[in-house]
Structure formats: C-alpha cells, structure tokens
Ligand binder design. Structure first.
Ligand SMILES: C[N+](C)(C)CCCC[C@H](N)C(=O)O
Length: 288
C-alpha cells in the first residue's frame, strides 16, 4: 500500500488547519450560541472578551489530530482509487479515473476518516464554545481546562460513548460530501489542464479552494446538527437523536438554522483547501 499519500495528507492537513482555525471558531459559536448578530459581531465580541487568542481556542489538539484525519482521508482515497482503477497517483494524469470511481473513493475516505475525527471534533467544539476570558480576570474558570482535561471530563461525566456524541451526524455529513470534494477538484483540474499534463499550481489552488466550498456548502445543514448534538449533554438541550435535533431546531428557529455558518464555512474553505491540495500535490510530485 503506497504510504506517501498518507504523509502528504498529514502535512497538508496541518497547514490547512492553522490557516482555517479562527474562521472555524467563529462558525462553531454562530451555530451553537444565539448571542451573536452575525459574523462581524461574533468576531468583535470574541476579540474584546478573549483577545486574538480566543480565535485559537481548541487549536493545539486538532493540529495533531486533523493532520491524522486528513492523512486518513487522502491515503484511503488514493488507495481506494488504486483498488478501483489499478492506477497509482502518478499514472492518473495519463489514465484519468471516471468521476464515479473518484466519488466512491472519496466517500470511502470520508467514511473512514470520521472514526478518527469524531472524538477530536467533539473536544474541539466543546473548547471553542467556552467563551470565558482567560483565567485570572475575576470570572469563574471555564469548565474545561484544556483538551486532555476536556476528554477526561467527558469520559467521566458521559462515559466512553460520550466521546462519540454526534458521530452519526458527522458520518452522514462527511461521507457524501467528501465524494463531492474530490469530484469537484478533479473536474476543475481537468477543465483547465491539457490532457495528460499536470495541473499548474494556480489551477490546483483554485480547484482545491472551490472543492472545499462545494463540499462545505453541501455539508452545512448536517454540520449544524452535528455541532448541536455535540453540545448536548452540557446542560444544553438534550436530543433524542439526529431527527429530533433537526426537527426541534427547525421548529424553534426556522429552516434558516440549517444554513448557519454557511458564509463563514465557505470563506474558510477556500484558502484552507487551496493550501491542502497545493501542498499535497507538491509533496507527491517532489517525492517523484
Ligand atoms: C466534508 N466537509 C465539508 C465537512 C469537510 C471537508 C474537509 C476539508 C478540509 N479538511 C477542511 O477542513 O476544510
């Protein structure tokens, strides 16, 4: 099994994460708290209360974990394509796989990565939602002191299954939308590259950026449901399950609730995924 795709996925995931984390914090807060009027309001309040550091809450942990997750995604995707089409990464420019195969391989990568992603994503969301200023300013300390403390508290208070809260919504969110991710990327690359040639860096950046947007736009409704289910059990509303979360959110807040965070998700997705694909392709190319 070729492993360089896993390594390239690891590095590119880490780069993408740092770039996108501040956007991600604003998104999570907009989706799960009702105290903000919009993106700018949320940014201003976060900055005033928590300084720039507020935007980077919960990042140290994902930087290791998301890199692993991205590595699983790209590694599984590429190896699934190898299985389906018997072509390695380097042969694929000359013998391009069908979009159906790309979609299936993307779904396989998406499905498997959610098992690694679920606990990390839960901890990230819980930490990002702590809006308390840094300790020592006279306010009560936040519930979780950091990622390890957060994981330990969830285990203690909610049991091992607690760590997989919202995992089902996450799987539904990621499996098809990561198929869409790779299909969009390939389609855009093929549109602007002569047959048999490697896409230029600009093409990779633009195609990666739009692949990220396409994937996030389709993923946003289930992203909202997922974030809400992850916050349940914290004194917030408990849901019976995914459907209950969808129905009660829609009843209380209207259908618009499923598009919360859409703008910020898209704004984040372009640079993050441009960097992910560029560094991924670059590394694979460099390793020849
Ligand atoms: C499938 N879904 C849209 C949810 C995620 C796509 C992940 C792409 C990239 N790791 C990123 O963080 O943007």
């Amino acid at each position: 099994m070729p492993v360089e795709e896993f390594v390239a996925g690891w590095v590119s995931g880490a780069l993408g994460l740092v770039l996108g984390h501040p956007f991600d914090t604003v998104k999570v807060r907009l989706q799960t708290q009702s105290t903000y009027r919009g993106i700018i309001d949320c940014m201003v309040k976060t900055y005033r209360r928590e300084s720039v550091l507020g935007f980077f809450k919960g990042m140290s942990f994902p930087i290791a974990s998301i890199a692993v997750v991205n590595s699983v995604l790209f590694g599984v995707y590429s190896n699934a394509l190898l299985l389906l089409t018997a072509t390695s990464h380097h042969e694929r420019r000359l013998q391009p796989p069908s979009y159906m195969h790309i979609f299936i391989a993307g779904c396989a990568g998406g499905f498997l990565q959610t098992y690694c992603l679920a606990p990390f994503d839960l901890i990230k969301v819980r930490l990002q939602n702590q809006t308390e200023p840094r300790a020592g300013r006279g306010s009560p300390p936040p519930r979780y002191r950091g990622p390890v403390h957060c994981a330990a508290s969830i285990l203690q208070e909610e049991g091992p299954r607690g760590l997989f809260r919202g995992a089902w919504a996450l799987t539904l969110r990621d499996t098809p939308t990561l198929g869409i991710y790779f299909v969009t990327y390939e389609w855009l690359c093929r549109q602007s590259t002569p047959e048999g040639q490697n896409p230029s860096s600009t093409t990779v950046l633009v195609a990666g950026g739009f692949a990220g947007i396409a994937s996030w736009v389709t993923a946003t409704p289930l992203d909202v449901v997922k974030s809400r289910m992850q916050m349940a059990g914290l004194g917030q509303r408990e849901y019976q399950g995914l459907l209950d979360c969808m129905v009660s959110s829609a009843r209380q807040e209207g259908l618009g609730v499923f598009f919360r965070g859409l703008t910020i998700n898209s704004a984040r997705a372009f640079p993050v995924n441009a960097v992910i694909f560029l560094s991924y392709e670059y590394l694979l190319h460099a390793w020849g």
